[in-house]
Design a protein around this ligand. Structure first.
Ligand SMILES: [Zn+2]
Length: 125
């Protein structure tokens, strides 16, 4: 799947088509997107690739990865969950209903997920 061309957003029609083509439930689709999303991460400092996949209430799927910058400390990196939330805000999503992440969220991301801009998200189980 060529996620790079999709700008880290899958529109509801694309989501429906992928679910139908591969016979996946919503949660299964989110999980299946984690690994290809992880490959888009840019962690030149830690080499630790994190992928996050969120489902917006509109049906859009929002992708996020960790991004590290050479010359800056790791606490100034972008975390995958933060990337998903910024991506959601960018396209006008008001709420995420699910979030699947390749790694346990750090304390900072747990705090970001509870901001009033977007209600707390549910983790895929
Ligand atoms: Zn984090």
């Amino acid at each position: 799947m060529a996620l790079e061309r999709d700008g880290f957003v899958l529109e509801p029609a694309q989501v429906a088509e992928l679910k139908q083509r591969f016979g996946l439930s919503e949660a299964e689709l989110l999980y299946s997107l984690i690994e290809p999303t992880q490959r888009l991460a840019r962690p030149p400092v830690s080499d630790y690739h994190v992928g996050a996949v969120g489902l917006g209430e509109s049906g859009r799927v929002l992708l996020g990865v960790n991004v590290e910058l050479h010359g800056l400390p790791l606490n100034q990196s972008i975390h995958a969950e933060q990337f998903v939330i910024a991506n959601a805000v960018r396209v006008g999503e008001r709420r995420l209903t699910r979030l699947a992440v390749s790694a346990e969220p750090c304390g900072h991301c747990r705090q970001v997920r509870t901001t009033p801009v977007l209600p707390p998200v549910l983790s895929c189980d």
